[in-house]
Design a protein around this ligand. Structure first.
Ligand code: AKG
Ligand code: FE2
Length: 221
């Protein structure tokens, strides 16, 4: 494992279990099942969060390939009605055939299968963010560009690299919730979450790089 990188904080399975159950990808990386291992936390106003700690196994290779091979660019984002630079790098893949690692297509397919009843259209795009160190962050926002502004939707986040807190708070105000997402963990925001709750990844001291892969349905950013 990469120095400074840490396995999922929530990791439950033994290494043997992981080898036996993983959908392998040929380079040591793989996916563990979602059925029976996703826990849902219901939030207010029809929002929810699902967690699947340690979903991707052997994720070091995936991290390295994405860090060195994705088409990273600096980001500017509309926040609070202004276009602001965001301190992180991003890369967006609309077309699944062009995803920068084959395991991302396996992830997209597994998420589409697992959430088929709630999201019949399935997941389409992969948005990648690289937080180079603890100074990189994203401020409070909802993913409301496109249909997420008016419709319930889902955003599924695969976290790779250094663990970082992902915070959620009700849009109308209230206490925030902290989910620490580690190497290989899956966090899915669903229901009204993009409209009625906001999320953020705050600056953190003493952490290494983190990559977030967000799978979204068509027309949601
Ligand atoms: O870093 C993350 O996992 C969250 C990213 C995010 O919220 C976004 O890009 O819209
Ligand atoms: Fe977001």
């Amino acid at each position: 494992m990469h120095p400074g990188r840490q396995a999922s904080l929530f990791e439950e399975d033994t290494a043997d279990d992981q080898t036996r159950n993983a959908t392998a990808c040929g380079d040591g990386s793989g996916l563990l099942p979602l059925v029976g291992s996703v826990s849902r936390r219901t939030l207010t106003d029809g929002a929810w969060v699902d967690l699947r700690p340690g979903w991707v196994t052997g994720a070091d290779e995936l991290f390295d390939r994405l860090e060195s091979g994705a088409a990273w660019r600096e980001e500017r984002r509309v926040m609070y009605d202004r276009v602001l630079p965001v301190p992180r790098l991003v890369s967006h893949y609309e077309d699944r055939g062009a995803f920068p690692h084959p395991l991302l297509e396996t992830c997209r397919g597994a998420l589409t299968d697992f959430y088929r009843d709630e999201l019949p259209e399935g997941f389409s795009s992969a948005g990648l963010c690289l937080y180079r160190n603890g100074n990189d962050s994203v401020a409070w926002h909802g993913d409301t560009i496109g249909r997420g502004k008016t419709e319930d939707t889902m955003v599924a986040i695969l976290s790779l690299g250094s663990p970082r807190p992902l915070l959620l708070r009700p849009t109308g105000g209230g206490r925030s919730l902290k989910f620490t997402v580690g190497h290989g963990d899956l966090l899915v925001m669903g229901g009204s979450c993009q409209r009625t709750w906001q999320h953020a990844v705050p600056k953190t001291t003493g952490v290494g790089p983190r990559i977030s892969v967000q799978f979204r349905p068509h027309g949601v950013r």
